[in-house]
Write a protein that binds this ligand. Structure first.
Ligand SMILES: *Cc1c(COP(=O)(O)O)cnc(C)c1O
Length: 381
């Protein structure tokens, strides 16, 4: 993980979204990149908010000593609202949560900070438009009692990654109406927010006071037809290992479980010690691995711990130059010659978001700072 890339991406987002503030969305362990180091790097570079799904994720950031404004927006009746209020975590609420938040605020004698969520069309969380007046009135009456402050109104977009679709305009219109109603009812809003990465990059009219950036923070593109480089972003994650075996095999050698791949000539196989337990999708046979400046597709099934590439007879250890231990890069920054994470997403029939987020805890996260001179790799959790 290159923290200089994270900082670069934050500065790029600020340049695009300013004067709106930037919330660094670090849910799901910062999409697999490590929530605490990413949060620190993002705040260093000028992000002023952090966003997560769960209160548990927010509490982990507070436990690491991070004091920035922090919003958590996905709860169940078992979520620890009291711990959140006590830790000064802002809560996104869609309806039923208000009662829990108010109970926590009463017990702690400390007002909660809430952001009211409206469902403007995504059909997931958020108050329906029909329930919005009642919901706002209820929140404002608690505000009048001193139990909470309504500091934000927000919603989430459904199709911003397809900038020509009309539904974003409809969502924006409903959002404006919801904000106006809340303000008329007595909400003194610090932040109105709805833009996710695709909206930040393609719809300046969605920026309002605050934008919530996930994917772009990690340097990846939400658009099918635009690369990271085209958007001025630097991918922060490189997934790399070293070959665990390099050996000659005859023609007709079956490879990996099921023997679905069979060598068509005497050749050299390289063993890559990453598999689906590490988060590499099992279905992604054919995905690229860069070894010694050349890209090789994975052949045969991807197993729990390992997968195989056919290096060709020219890589035979008999030539005296074995590739055992050679660096093998699955993906990284294409500007530095690595395969793009999107190639793995295509091989797995999924999106870049999922590939990086699923890299499992077994893979050690190593943090570098390519801006620091001289660069010194620093291992971290
Ligand atoms: C995950 C999430 C985001 C970030 O989305 P990206 O497309 O990764 O920028 C923003 N807002 C909410 C509510 C989210 O759940």
């Amino acid at each position: 993980m290159d923290l200089a890339a994270i900082r670069h991406n934050v500065r790029r987002l600020l340049a695009v979204a300013s004067p709106a503030q930037v919330m660094a969305v670090v849910k799901a362990d910062a999409y697999g990149h490590g929530a605490v180091p990413v949060a620190r790097a993002a705040l260093d570079a000028g992000a002023s908010w952090l966003g997560v799904a769960h209160i548990s994720e927010a509490l982990a950031l507070r436990a690491a000593g991070i004091e920035a404004p922090l919003l958590a927006w996905l709860h169940t009746p078992s979520s620890d609202f009291a711990a959140a209020v006590e830790a000064g975590i802002d809560l996104g609420v869609s309806g039923w949560e208000l009662a829990h938040v108010v109970a926590a605020a009463r017990a702690l004698e400390r007002p909660a900070r809430v952001h009211l969520k409206i469902d403007t069309g995504l059909g997931r969380n958020g108050s329906t438009a029909a329930a919005w007046d009642t919901f706002v009135a209820e929140a404002i009456s608690y505000q009048d009692e001193g139990l909470l402050r309504v500091v934000g109104v927000f919603t989430h977009l459904a199709v911003a990654d397809e900038p020509l679709r009309m539904e974003t305009d409809e969502q924006l219109e409903r959002f404006r109406e919801a904000v106006a109603l809340a303000e008329d009812a007595g909400a003194d809003l610090e932040v109105r927010h709805l833009a996710n990465t695709p909206a930040i990059l393609s719809r300046p009219d969605t920026h309002f006071d605050l934008v919530r950036a996930g994917l772009a923070l990690y340097g990846l593109s939400p658009f099918e037809d635009q690369s990271s480089a085209a958007l001025g972003l630097h991918p922060a994650m490189t997934l790399q290992t070293r070959l665990a075996s390099c050996k000659d095999v005859p023609a007709g050698q079956g490879v990996s479980y099921g023997l679905h791949h069979v060598t068509d000539r005497p050749t050299t196989l390289g063993l890559v010690p990453l598999g689906y337990a590490d988060g590499v999708p099992r279905i992604a046979t054919g995905g690229p691995v860069l070894i010694g400046g050349r890209s090789y597709p994975v052949v045969g099934r991807i197993a729990m711990d390992q997968m195989v590439v056919d290096l060709g007879p020219e890589a035979s250890p008999a030539t005296g130059a074995s590739l055992l231990g050679a660096e093998a890069v699955l993906f990284g920054d294409p500007a530095a010659g690595a395969p793009a994470v999107e190639e793995w997403a295509a091989a797995a029939g999924t999106i870049n978001y999922e590939v990086v987020t699923r890299i499992s805890g077994r893979v050690p996260r190593v943090y570098i700072d390519s801006d620091a001179a001289p660069a010194g790799p620093e291992a971290g959790a």
